[in-house]
Design a protein around this ligand. Structure first.
Ligand code: 5AD
Ligand code: SF4
Length: 554
């Protein structure tokens, strides 16, 4: 075990995945190296999620398993970072006394220093915003903002390996306070980053071979940044990022229906590099539930927005989230949710059972009165309906040609080549240790066909960046293998082609479809793959690729 090694496991959303990448960049810049097995690590870190209780339980259970390990290896530092650290604060120590370090999502810039401090002082260290991130002194807020921005700006893509797809944060925190949601408490107030910083980051990534960028924000369309006395709204930001040479595809998640500005649709219509894909959660199809959730829109206005989306971008793919079993949800309310899912025809729908979160308005003022068994039944039913809708949508692709960005090997190929599921699986403990999928009950009906690290369908949004850093496949000349890519609508396509196509935009003739996946044949290679791009196009980087952090979505 080395003092200068770390093991990092990530739970939760895209924001956490990005945070983990930035943290890894910092740790590596401080001379630390990742290891695939926590038993070899000098520092074990969990980047945690609080959005549902289940996600927190997973972390507590991981920590529980480390108790005896810590007793035998007292010098190994164990850290809990991210949302759960912020929400539970010192409560984490009560549940897991062997934890040495707590660091909230707003303080991650300080992590290398915190690790040093634990070593030097040999005592626990915490860095939490606490209540400071909200209702706080202007100065404190500015300091915190600088710390977050410093983390964003510290990005070192050279250390990320060959990045084909990447996240860029455009906004942090959330001011919406939906009654069920813990995010405004863990990630603090909404703050938008300067557009210039975001565009510079896109340029830097493009120079390193990145071809697809996903702009991240909790309510990404609410982005607005004051610059030189003028406000830059999200539509302008999107336009500016779509002007960055080398970036072929731009996506953005997650959108908030009530704040929508039609200008964004105009940009989607007029800028072919902005993908026709919109993740815009409805959360429920019942106005009564939407009021209880304090979402700020009605089912009718949501549907009207979806109609407008289709008016501007007729082939737009829609994705959403739904919560089932929210306080007081009647059978009729649930039926209305199923009805909404049918009417919208989501390509991907993520379904969650309501989980009361301490401190939220719903937890304080409402009753979690829907039995778990009912939540589960409703979850299953909605997923089944969505599976039907998704299958029909994919069937419509058969016979058409689609533009595909080639990401790499399919799961099948990876297995055949012994690439295994995850480099990070712990020795001897396989099933639960480092899974990458959502739990069986809180999952997407978008697709489950191919769950490898290289090709997780959940990664349609969840883990895109974690699949990005991958070795350019080594292959014999003329050899083909089953590869995986995604369409402009974020649908997974499998096809046989030379592995060196990774990173290329190709045209695929779709020949068949399963409920989650398209199968086809490449009929045209539209732009050079990464592997044959001149070195200067990729910023001259050719670095060994680090093992990815394990990612667990709940
Ligand atoms: N219980 C269940 N699902 C939740 N989400 C957020 N908070 C909760 C909760 N307390 C879901 C919402 C959100 C997604 C990221 O997680 O659907 O869009
Ligand atoms: Fe949570 Fe609502 Fe903010 Fe989304 S918009 S992060 S659900 S509070």
């Amino acid at each position: 075990m080395g003092n200068h090694t770390y093991f990092l496991e990530t739970f939760g959303c895209q924001m956490n995945i990005l945070d983990s990448q930035l943290v890894e960049g910092q740790l590596r810049a401080h001379g630390m190296n990742p290891v695939a097995d926590y038993r070899d690590a000098g520092v074990i870190l969990f980047n945690t999620c609080s959005v549902r209780e289940h996600a927190e339980h997973k972390v507590i259970s991981r920590l529980g398993r480390l108790r005896s390990f810590k007793r035998d290896n007292p010098d190994t530092i164990i850290g809990v970072i991210g949302c759960m650290a912020e929400r539970e604060k010192e409560g984490v120590f009560a549940k897991a006394p062997h934890v040495d370090l707590l660091c909230g999502p707003g303080e991650l810039n300080a992590l290398p220093a915190l690790i040093d401090e634990v070593r030097r002082r040999n005592e626990r260290v915490t860095a939490l915003a606490g209540s400071l991130s909200r209702r706080t002194e202007v100065l404190q807020r500015a300091l915190e903002y600088d710390s977050l921005e410093a983390l964003n700006l510290s990005r070192t893509p050279d250390l990320e390996g060959e990045v084909l797809q990447s996240y860029i944060r455009v906004q942090r925190g959330c001011d919406k306070f939906c009654t069920y949601c813990v995010v405004p408490f863990t990630r603090g107030a909404e703050r938008s980053r300067p557009a210039t910083h975001i565009v510079d980051e896109a340029v830097m990534l493009a120079e390193r071979g990145c071809r697809e960028i996903t702009l991240l924000g909790q309510t990404v369309n609410s982005y607005v940044h004051q610059q030189g006395g003028r406000a830059v709204p999200f539509a302008r930001l999107l336009e500016r990022v779509s002007d960055v040479a080398g970036i072929d595809r731009i996506r953005f998640v997650t959108s908030y229906p009530a704040d929508w500005d039609e200008d964004i649709f105009r940009v989607m219509r007029d800028h072919p590099r902005v993908m026709p894909y919109l993740h815009i959660p409805a959360q429920s199809g019942s106005d009564r539930m939407l009021r209880g959730m304090k979402r700020g829109y009605t089912v009718a206005s949501y549907l009207e927005l979806m109609d407008t989306a289709r008016k501007y971008v007729p082939d737009i793919a829609l994705a959403g989230d739904m919560i089932v079993g929210f306080c007081g949800e009647s059978e009729a309310d649930f039926r209305a949710t199923v009805e909404l899912a049918r009417r919208v025809e989501y390509q991907n729908l993520f379904v969650f059972k309501y989980s009361p979160r301490p401190g939220t308005k719903a937890d304080r003022n409402m009753t979690d009165d829907i039995p778990e068994s009912v939540k589960q039944t409703r979850c299953n039913e909605l997923l089944a309906v969505q599976a039907e809708i998704g299958a029909a949508l994919r069937q419509r692709y058969v016979g058409r040609t689609v533009e595909v960005l080639v990401e790499g090997y399919s799961k099948l190929t990876r297995k055949a080549r012994g690439h295994g599921k995850s480099e990070l699986r712990t020795r001897g403990k396989s099933s639960h240790a480092m899974g990458r999928s959502r739990s069986a009950t809180e999952q997407s009906a978008s697709g489950n066909a191919d769950r490898s690290a290289f090709a997780n369908p959940q990664a349609s949004e969840q883990e895109r960046s974690s699949v990005a850093a991958n070795v350019v496949p080594q292959s014999a000349p003329g050899e083909t293998a089953q590869l995986l890519g995604r369409t402009r609508h974020d649908v997974i396509v499998l096809f046989d082609a030379p592995p060196a196509y990774r990173g290329a935009l190709v045209t695929v003739q779709v020949e068949s479809a399963t409920p989650h996946t398209l199968f086809g044949r490449v009929i045209e290679v539209g732009s050079p793959p990464l592997a044959v791009k001149p070195r200067h196009d990729r910023g001259g980087v050719s670095l060994p690729v680090a093992p990815n952090a394990a990612v667990v979505s709940d």
